[in-house]
Design a protein around this ligand. Structure first.
Ligand SMILES: [Zn+2]
Length: 286
């Protein structure tokens, strides 16, 4: 998801129908009571949208306060306020029939009460066609800017984690299934205790490596050149086993230098039964 300009607060408020059309009595408001009609558990009910879920009590109080401020009808009128899993920083208010519903972007779930109050004010004022006040708008904008930053950072992080997908193919290749192979190797050589990490085939035939281990986030990529019938199974296993060892042994710093292929590593590698013949095969394989 990208946080785009048009998701910003001002542009995404929809006010549908005017409040002056609303008929009903006036009195103290309780969003809680109206939000949980008898027999209906919060978050349940046949008509409930799964992207909607109940507000925290803090936020509910904040909106109750706003609602009372404008002396909006409460009798014979159903008030609803929920978080909604909008992809962006969107809030909506809608008055339809005997219902007035407010949806607060779930990204605002941990925002302070005053921000929710400001949002409530802006929404209700839009609905009533009253001028929106600068103080409240700027409070919303500030919160929004903070959240937009967090969302952008999260998005970057996610892109980083999914990076291999562009350069890699799923573990089930044309000939060999790397995931099944890794599970077998874990049973045979790690006593079943190898912490499973994603294993991929490279998208292209790599020139410089047979296998690669990335520690952050941990994953293994095997050269797609090895996914051919003429490559014996034990060769693919040897390469995969080597990369799995990197994950299980880790990188050691010796005299200030990072050493991955330590003596311990080499000894463990030789535990693999076809180690020498696999090496010999790869020496001559193009
Ligand atoms: Zn290595």
């Amino acid at each position: 998801m990208t946080v785009r300009q048009e998701f910003l607060f001002e542009n995404v408020i929809h006010s549908e129908s005017r409040a002056r059309r609303i008929r009903g009595g006036y009195g103290p408001t309780d969003l809680l009571a109206s939000f949980e009609p008898s027999g209906l558990e919060p978050g349940e009910g046949p008509t409930r949208d799964p992207r909607e879920y109940p507000l925290s009590s803090d936020h509910r109080d904040a909106l109750n306060e706003v609602y009372e401020l404008y002396r909006l009808p409460t009798k014979g009128f159903r008030l609803e306020a929920n978080y909604y899993r909008y992809s962006g920083l969107t809030h909506t208010v809608r008055a339809r029939g005997d219902r007035l519903s407010i949806r607060i972007s779930h990204h605002f779930e941990r925002q302070p009460q005053e921000v929710i109050k400001a949002i409530g004010n802006v929404l209700i004022r839009k609905l009533l066609r009253l001028p929106v006040r600068r103080k409240e708008t700027s409070l919303c904008r500030e919160a929004e800017a903070r959240l937009a930053e967090t969302l952008a950072r999260r998005e970057q992080q996610r892109a980083k984690e999914h990076e291999p997908s562009r350069h890699c193919r799923p573990p089930q290749g044309r000939v060999y299934d790397l995931e099944a192979m890794a599970r077998e190797l874990s049973e045979r050589h790690f006593g079943g205790s190898f912490p499973m990490i994603p294993v991929y085939w490279s998208a292209k035939r790599a020139k410089r490596y047979w296998g690669k281990y990335y520690p952050d986030p941990p994953r293994i990529v095997i050269n797609a050149k090895l996914d051919r019938p003429k490559v014996p199974r034990y060769v693919v296993e040897a390469v995969l086993y080597h990369e799995m060892l990197h994950h299980s042994i880790g990188v050691r710093t010796v005299c200030g230098r990072k050493r991955a292929h330590t003596r311990e590593f080499r000894a463990a590698e030789r535990q693999f039964p076809h180690y020498t013949s696999a090496e010999a095969f790869l020496m001559n394989y193009r």
